[in-house]
Write a protein that binds this ligand. Structure first.
Ligand SMILES: [Zn+2]
Length: 251
C-alpha cells in the first residue's frame, strides 16, 4: 500500500526529494477521460499515454525547481502533483539571485524539452511507415505520432503559460526576483502580486463570460495566491520600516 498523508499518496523519492500525488489529480484525470470531445476520451490509448506524458513533463519541471533550489543552498524536499500542475516546496536562500535561479530552472526544463520532443516527433514521422499521402499504415503508428504530437503541444503550452508575467506563475516570480535587485524585496512583491491580482480578476470575468470553467478555476487560484503575496509584501514593508527606524535592530 502507498503511504498517504494530507490526502496525497507518496510515490517515490529521488535525491532526497519525495514526490506526492494528490487524490484530486485522479479525479480530474477521470473527468478528462469521461468528458466527450477531449483527446483523452476519444482514443483511450492516446489518452493514457498523453496523460502520463503530461505527468512526466510536470514532474521534471518541478524537479528543475527543487534541484536548482538545492544547488544554491536552499531547502527543497517535497514535490506535490495536483490538477493545477505541480508544486515544488522550495525555500531558496532569501537573495534575489538564488530565488531567480530556483524559479527560472522550472521553465528552463521545458525549454530543454522543446528540441528533444520535436526530435522525437521527427524520428516518429521518419520511422513509422506511411502511405504516399503521409497517412500511417498502422493504427499503432498513427497513435504514436499523435501522442508525440500532443506531448510537443503540451510542453509548449506549459512553457508559454508558466512564463506569463503573472504572479504566482513562474513568469511572475521571475519578474519579482529581477525587480528585487533594483527596488527591494517587499516593493517587488507588492508590484508583481498586484499585477497578478488584476490579471486574475480580468481573467476570471472573461472566463465567466465565455463559460470556460477550467480557466475560471485557474483565475481563482492565481487571484488567491496573488492576494496572499500582496499581504505578505505589506508585512515585509512594515518590518523593513521598523528596522529602518530602530538603530538597534539594524541588519
Ligand atoms: Zn514552475
Amino acid at each position: 500500500m502507498l503511504e498517504m498523508r494530507n490526502g496525497s499518496w507518496r510515490l517515490f523519492q529521488f535525491r532526497g526529494i519525495t514526490v506526492w500525488l494528490h487524490w484530486s489529480w485522479l479525479v480530474v484525470a477521470g473527468i478528462f477521460f469521461v468528458l466527450p470531445g477531449t483527446i483523452f476520451s476519444e482514443n483511450i490509448f492516446v489518452g493514457i499515454f498523453t496523460y502520463l506524458g503530461l505527468f512526466g513533463i510536470v514532474l521534471i519541471h518541478e524537479f528543475g525547481h527543487a534541484l536548482a533550489c538545492r544547488s544554491v543552498g536552499g531547502k527543497a524536499d517535497t514535490i506535490m502533483l495536483w490538477p493545477l500542475g505541480g508544486i515544488a516546496f522550495v525555500q531558496p536562500p532569501q537573495r534575489p539571485g538564488a530565488v531567480l535561479w530556483s524559479i527560472a530552472a522550472g521553465p528552463l526544463v521545458n525549454v530543454v524539452l522543446l528540441p528533444i520532443l520535436f526530435g522525437l516527433y521527427l524520428l516518429a514521422a521518419f520511422l513509422i511507415p506511411t502511405t504516399p499521402e503521409g497517412i500511417p499504415t498502422t493504427i499503432l503508428g498513427s497513435n504514436l505520432i499523435e501522442i508525440v504530437y500532443w506531448l510537443n503541444s503540451i510542453n509548449l503550452v506549459l512553457l508559454i503559460f508558466n512564463m506569463l508575467p503573472i504572479y504566482p506563475l513562474d513568469g511572475g516570480q521571475i519578474l519579482q526576483a529581477i525587480l528585487w535587485f533594483f527596488i527591494g524585496r517587499s516593493r517587488s512583491l507588492q508590484i508583481t502580486s498586484a499585477i497578478g491580482l488584476v490579471c486574475a480578476i480580468v481573467g476570471g470575468i472573461l472566463a465567466l463570460m465565455s463559460g470556460r470553467t477550467w480557466l475560471f478555476i485557474i483565475a481563482i487560484f492565481v487571484g488567491w495566491q496573488a492576494y496572499n503575496g500582496y499581504r505578505v509584501s505589506q508585512i515585509m514593508a512594515q518590518q523593513e520600516n521598523q528596522y529602518r527606524f530602530d538603530p538597534w535592530n539594524r541588519r
